[in-house]
Design a protein around this ligand. Structure first.
Ligand SMILES: *Cc1c(COP(=O)(O)O)cnc(C)c1O
Length: 217
């Protein structure tokens, strides 16, 4: 019941235009079903095997988002059903998503992951690199992959000023690149600890795990 209450509380806090991705990594099928029964339909996972297993055992109207680092050799396992990949962090990966989705006749929506944190453990492009990718001939030739926005993870800190400035930078970048590209409509930023600040700075998609399902072990 707690999961339902957490979701209802979150929904009341976030504007209607913000998509709530319930991050269910490490959580059981039963917990996900509890969220599902509270009306939640978008779930995020960060490991391919776990994503596939959960997809197979849960209702088929769930939209599954891949939010973690994705290895090129595993794209094929999720391409047939995944709704959105948040974590495109190389041209090589983008090309592989295109190759696999061509083969299965899908056009896959993706976000380009941008490096905004002051930590060097996280994947992603710099702003310049991301812009280069979007404007590249290489990307424009890919028919079965569509970059529909950006994703960023802020520094793991409680310092609201740092969080705000990182989200602001991503937001400014997004505004700049989306003025002449109508495909770009999603800004995925904000997690349990920082989604309020992220929404203030223009996030349209938040990825929330522990505030819904409780702490992970
Ligand atoms: C785990 C994870 C989240 C959710 O984190 P919480 O702090 O539990 O809300 C969001 N985004 C990514 C990429 C994650 O891996």
């Amino acid at each position: 019941m707690e999961i339902r209450e957490n979701i209802e509380k979150l929904r009341k806090q976030i504007p209607e235009y913000v998509t709530l991705v319930a991050v269910s990594k490490t959580k059981s099928v039963e917990s996900i079903l509890e969220a599902y029964n509270a009306g939640q339909r978008v779930f995020g996972e960060n490991k391919v095997q776990e994503l596939v297993t959960k997809y197979e055992s849960l209702p088929k109207d769930i939209k599954w988002h891949m939010i973690g680092h994705l290895q090129t050799n595993k794209v094929k396992y999720i391409a047939p059903f995944v709704d959105l990949i948040h974590s495109i962090d190389s041209i090589k990966l983008l090309k592989e998503v295109n190759r696999v989705s061509t083969y299965i006749n899908r056009v896959l929506n993706c976000l380009i992951q941008i490096y905004i944190a002051k930590e060097d453990t996280k994947f992603g492009f710099t702003f310049d690199q991301a812009e280069q990718v979007l404007n590249s001939k290489e990307y424009k030739q890919l028919r079965n992959v569509r970059i529909v926005g950006v994703m960023g993870m802020a520094t793991n800190t409680e310092d609201a000023k740092v969080l705000k400035s990182e989200f602001q930078l991503l937001s400014q970048f997004f505004q700049k690149i989306s003025t002449n590209n109508s495909d770009l409509r999603i800004m995925s930023m904000g997690m349990s600890s920082d989604y309020r600040i992220a929404i203030e700075e223009g996030s349209t998609m938040i990825r929330v795990g522990s505030s819904i399902f409780g702490d992970r072990n």
